[in-house]
Ligand binder design. Structure first.
Ligand SMILES: [Ca+2]
Length: 470
């Protein structure tokens, strides 16, 4: 199995300017390509996230040229990323001082990134963090990054520090032909078992509902791992190789894992709290991915099922609510919101539909009226999409589906385009509604909402949201 015992890498850095398309026109960003000879192993992006997208598990899988996405964002990156700064107290570079540089080339290459917070600065503390991410060849795995972190602060920080974040763009992708990594699997601190939950937003949301000493999150075993796993596929993993109390939280939009370590309860003699966690990033080979699936136990979620509306297929709601152990990535409400109501007394076809209660005209203009929390619905550039459904109104209600387009997050202040299906306001009768739209040369997101405005309610059935061209 030591396929790379005699492999001699030639690691070096090459700065590259990549061009993208966006809502305000074309734009460009600098990336540092982490190369092995002519091959591209990973790319390092600095501002504002500080992250390494690992493209290739092994030398033979590394490309010499990259296909650029239309835009670069959490749903469209070059590979699974891990972040290379402490995400504290913000999810970006926040130190009063910040610096990065590269060390070495050939057999190994290190990216060193540090931040320093000053008493007179915005966060009024003395703190320093250093991340050293070293790429090397492992005789068995191929490309491996060792991430050694140090953090010290004169102020106790409850809940821990996020040292690295693992995110795969395909993990939460709601389109069946795009999604990857059916499970998140991790080593539990409480048992010797590997624990798994499925890659749907309902399960992700419920996966870290555990109270630890200073907050919510899963405490994980020293020497253990967390991985995004697909049967028979190379699966990205983060191993914990140092001594610390590690905690992880699942992002309820992208299903990324916030990898944290807790500070010690007592400071050192000089009054500083210190923690030095260590991680290793590696793509586990298919045999190990299979082993993890076969030898893991499901996490006991608080809810067995939730409505998860599927995209790309005909959704007649007959199987809803879906089990939280499915790896289907449907559109769903967060656990803190009321789930969609499945109505078993009215259906256009079959026995079930979803029922949406009417809200007032005034409420309908509020930013988050009937908002569906997750996931972000990624669209492709230059494609035509069609949304269809049958709707039946009860009472004096107008009903439609909106799918406004936005560029970054649903919290954006301005929509790129407001759009909705035609309305159905024929009472007590099923009527068809639809919307056909074409995306521009970049890839916006869609904000899907089922709307009923007025005194009464509306039932929606035989819903579909599909790409029809090309
Ligand atoms: Ca139905």
């Amino acid at each position: 199995m030591a396929n790379y015992a005699h492999y001699k890498p030639n690691f070096h850095i090459k700065k590259a300017l990549y061009k993208f398309h966006g809502a305000t026109g074309d734009y460009q960003n600098y990336f540092w390509e982490i190369r092995d000879g002519e091959k591209i192993v990973a790319v390092f992006l600095q501002e504002p996230q500080s992250q390494i997208d690992v493209i290739a598990p092994t030398p033979e899988m590394a490309p010499t040229k990259l296909d650029l996405p239309a835009r670069y964002h959490y749903g469209a990156m070059f590979g699974t990323r891990f972040t290379t700064i402490a995400y504290w107290p913000e999810f970006k570079i926040s130190g009063d001082k910040h610096e990065f540089h590269f060390v070495g080339s050939g057999d190994s290459l290190t990216i060193v990134e540090s931040q320093e917070w000053l008493p007179e600065g915005k966060f009024k503390c003395r703190a320093k963090s250093v991340h050293r991410a070293t790429l090397r060849i492992d005789p068995v795995f191929g490309y491996v990054f060792d991430l050694h972190c140090t953090f010290e602060t004169d102020k106790f920080i409850k809940g821990g520090i996020e040292f690295t974040n693992l995110l795969s763009p395909e993990q939460s992708n709601p389109w069946p032909e795009k999604w990857k990594f059916d499970y998140t699997i991790y080593s539990s601190a409480d048992t010797s078992a590997y624990v798994r939950f499925s890659s749907n937003l309902a399960a992700g949301d419920l996966s870290d509902e555990i109270q630890h000493k200073w907050g919510k999150g899963t405490t994980t075993r020293n020497g253990g791992l967390m991985a995004f796993v697909d049967k028979g596929k190379y699966s990205p993993a983060l191993l914990r190789t140092g001594n610390a109390t590690y905690v992880q939280n699942t992002c309820n939009v992208w299903l990324d894992q916030h990898n944290k370590a807790l500070l010690p309860e007592k400071p050192d003699a000089d009054g500083m709290y210190r923690v030095n966690p260590r991680f290793r990033f590696v793509y586990l080979p298919p045999q190990m991915a299979n082993y993890l699936i076969e030898n893991s136990v499901p996490f006991k979620l608080k809810k067995d099922s939730m409505v998860q509306i599927r995209l790309g297929v005909d959704e007649g709601f007959e199987e809803q609510p879906l089990s939280t152990s499915t790896s289907i990535r449907g559109i769903c409400k967060g656990w803190w919101e009321k789930d969609f109501v499945i109505d078993q007394s009215l259906a256009h076809r079959g026995k079930k539909s979803i029922r949406i209660d009417g809200i007032t005209e005034e409420q309908s203009h509020q930013k988050y009226a009937n908002f569906i929390i997750t996931p972000q619905i990624l669209l492709e550039p230059n494609c035509t999409y069609k949304i269809e459904a049958y709707v039946r109104t009860s009472g004096n209600v107008k009903a439609f589906i909106s799918a406004d387009l936005y560029e970054w997050t649903p919290h954006d202040e301005a929509w790129l385009k407001k759009q909705q299906t035609n309305q159905s306001n024929q009472q007590n009768k099923w009527g068809k509604i639809e919307l056909v739209f074409t995306t521009p040369n970049y890839d916006p997101f869609a904000d899907l909402r089922f709307m009923a405005i007025g005194d009464g309610f509306a039932n929606f059935d035989d819903f579909s949201f599909k790409k029809v061209q090309p």
